[in-house]
Ligand binder design. Sequence first.
Ligand code: HEC
Length: 166
Amino acid sequence: MRNEIRYTGWDELENSLFIKSLKMVYEFIKKTWTKFFIITFSIITLTSCQSEEKIKLEQYYIGGKEVYELNCANCHQKDGKGLQSLYPPVAGSDYLRNKDKVIYLIKNGLVGEILVNGKKFNQPMPANNQLTNLDIAEVVTYIYNEWNGETKITEVKEVEKVLKRK
Ligand code: HEC
């Protein structure tokens, strides 16, 4: 009688090998599915973010090239190398280390002697009031990516911040 009570309850069923293995399988699936979802989800979000960034960079680059060729290439030349001692190069220019200054001078022009890669220039550059903040962000993105080793966007926000400040 005592033995019967002891061995016919849920305990026995729960402890049986079959139930144990079922539980293990269930736990395994539960764990791997969570991992599976987390990994897949991260991959999808990461790659879509990356490609969105890449597409935006390409758009800025292409737009910037157009802005450059229409508004800057006359003086700085299409290849960015400038023109003798009249127009300084923008390709590989050490003047571009200070991007805020560059944003400001593109919009407002520049007067007075400057040094570019150790060479003196002193001709006025006219202002570009016709350019929107987006045009400037694009042309800066183009110059820095094409000739000055950057691989990122100069955001409109950055341009707004600089032009508001001064
Ligand atoms: C009419 C000719 C002319 C045009 C057009 C012009 N620039 Fe300039 N730019 C100059 C001159 C001249 C200087 C040097 C100014 C000085 O001596 O103070 C200069 C200086 C610069 C500099 C800083 C020095 C350097 O070469 O790194 C940058 C950057 C620059 N220009 C970018 C541009 C961009 C971008 C555009 C088009 C949106 C543009 N410029 C349009 C003549 C021009």
